[in-house]
Design a protein around this ligand. Structure first.
Ligand code: SAM
Length: 336
């Protein structure tokens, strides 16, 4: 396997060099930082780890972590989210963290050692930090319960994004979860910004549109995608970036499942927080395999909402996307 950055031109190597430099001077990466507002009881975060948090949203969704899954975290950065995952699993090797930048890996290890001094429950052996690349993960097939990445995959050009998603699917066990946070763009980002290695590395110019991003996840074998949060991330100023008009980026948090799409559909199910409420005269009604109890809101995928649209005039009330966490919404529909 070619080393990152050598096969696909220089942008991957440039990103690695950028993050090696940012490991020593965190201010360099500050432009792709959004505050991670998750506070877990009994978890004290070292200041140096906090300073190296270069995230979009969060990939740590507590409702997904009650079974203490084995997690593979790609692009460890300063180690904050790896530490948060370890808070749930609390066992040696419960978190495997991969990064391609040597100085960033060293910073993560130093920060995890500092975290152990602050947190009696934490042992640095809970997080195994490995040298590796998102495009060729150093982990066997079907060996982890969940894969997470925050603000890394958006850096990749489309062919590399496909490789990274295929790698995530390869290492996940069937039914496993892919937890991601990335910026998405309200419209296509023009070529002169896409070709700028530095803007790409700092998560400002590689973002895809919502539909294209989800289509890539679906094509990699994830039959259900839940949007856990969508919120403004950054505005690219038209003067500064040579654009016709300002361009808004959102931070999108998703949880995708390595399951087949519904038996009767080749389409993927995307949950954006929509609900359908049956308001007809029966106590219960089964529509497309989903049981609706009169007047009780039922989580539905966007595809299902589309199918129910015809009834929306008389006996079904449909709510718009909330772009919010809807844990296990997909369980409402039956999967093969
Ligand atoms: C924007 S930072 C995000 C760090 C961390 N996920 C966080 O939320 O703070 C991207 C991280 O991915 C690492 N990285 C860059 N290219 C990579 C690649 N091809 N494979 C694995 N890690 C990579 C960088 O070294 C850096 O630590």
């Amino acid at each position: 396997m070619a080393e990152a950055g050598s096969a696909a031109g220089g942008y991957l190597a440039a990103a690695r060099a950028f993050y090696d430099a940012a490991a020593d001077v965190p201010a360099l990466g500050a432009c792709c930082a959004q505050r991670n507002d998750l506070h877990l009881p009994g978890l004290a975060v070292p200041q140096a780890m906090e300073a190296l948090a270069f995230s979009c949203g969060t990939t740590v969704h507590p409702a997904e972590l009650s079974d203490a899954p084995t997690a593979l975290y790609i692009g460890v950065g300063g180690g904050l989210e790896a530490l948060q995952f370890a808070w749930f699993s609390r066992r040696p090797g419960g978190v495997i963290a991969v990064d391609s930048a040597p100085r960033m890996r060293q910073a993560a290890q130093d920060n995890l050692a500092a975290a152990a001094r602050l947190n009696p429950w934490f042992d640095p052996a809970f997080v195994r930090v490995l040298a590796g690349d998102a495009l060729a993960l150093p982990v066997p097939d079907a060996s982890v319960d969940l894969v997470a990445q925050n603000c890394l995959f958006n850096i990749f050009e489309p062919a590399d994004l496909r490789r990274a998603l295929a790698e995530a699917a390869r290492v996940l066990r069937p039914g496993g979860r892919l937890m991601m946070s990335d910026p998405i763009a309200e419209r296509d980002i023009p070529g002169h910004l896409r070709r700028d290695d530095r803007l790409r590395a700092i998560c400002l110019s590689g973002a895809q549109r919502f539909e294209a991003y989800l289509a890539e996840i679906a094509a990699a074998g994830f039959g259900v995608i839940e949007v856990r949060s969508r919120k403004p991330y950054r505005v690219l100023d038209h003067m500064e970036y040579g654009l016709d008009a300002d361009l808004k980026l959102d931070a999108l948090d998703t949880v995708s499942r390595k399951v087949a799409p519904l038996a009767d559909s080749s389409e993927v199910d995307v949950y954006t927080g929509r609900r359908a409420v049956y308001v007809g005269s029966l106590d219960r009604l089964v529509l497309d395999g989903i049981e609706f109890v009169r007047h009780q809101p039922q989580p539905v995928s966007d595809r299902m909402a589309h199918r129910l649209q015809a009834r929306a005039e008389h006996d079904v009330l449909l709510t718009p996307p909330t772009w919010r966490h809807a844990p296990d919404a997909f369980a409402a529909e039956t999967h093969a």
